[in-house]
Design a protein around this ligand. Sequence first.
Ligand code: ADP
Ligand code: ZN
Length: 222
Amino acid sequence: MIIILLGPPGAGKGTQAKTLSQRLKIVHISTGDILREAIKTNTSLGQEAAKYVERGELVPDNLVTRMARERLSCDDTKEGFILDGFPRNLAQAESLDEFFNSNGLLDYSVIYLETSENTIIKRLTGRRICKSCQAVYHLINAPSNKQGVCDACGGELYQRPDDSEATIKNRLQVYERLTAPVVAYYSHKGKLLHISADNEADKVIAGILKFLKVNDSCEISL
Ligand code: ADP
Ligand code: ZN
């Protein structure tokens, strides 16, 4: 099963992708996570990408597309995958189509997490992430038990530098200008599920699973 998650920053793509990945037993591929890891470990890709990510701009297509293709060619994608953060503009969508065609991947679903600007700002400014295990918290919606400390591993929580209010504004503009046309692109292909992501995460997941025709309940009939 191949799933592409679209939606503005703060729509909850990462949160939904994580749950879907566990439920459907397919890998979660986030270009944002891969880029942050490359920046942290200071690879040549990371050095090149850092200045764009800090400003909330898109990393150039040639870098990201090569990175995505490489990741999609790993063995763990055989059963399927969830793409989170890619494609982010029309050129990337076309290049993904090419990759799908040349690999005989004809069947995929695109899920668009529709979100209001109000929700986005609240979610992003309150988001905190564990430095060690990358678990995601929110100051109000999903606080850790002890402030600043990860429940899962005891790691230190931090705010993504691009989650500052000024950078969020830029990311939203970039989204409107470059990523929103990708939503229309898949809509024309008749591939799109719209789902309101202003709702709680559980409701959103239930809607997605219903669309994918995956049974959400576990009944034992003994
Ligand atoms: P969000 O969706 O919340 O903005 P991501 O973690 O998906 O966060 O992305 C963070 C940053 O990484 C983006 O602002 C951008 O700089 C870079 N990035 C991620 N995916 C792509 C992509 N497909 N193309 C270009 N840049 C990307
Ligand atoms: Zn942790």
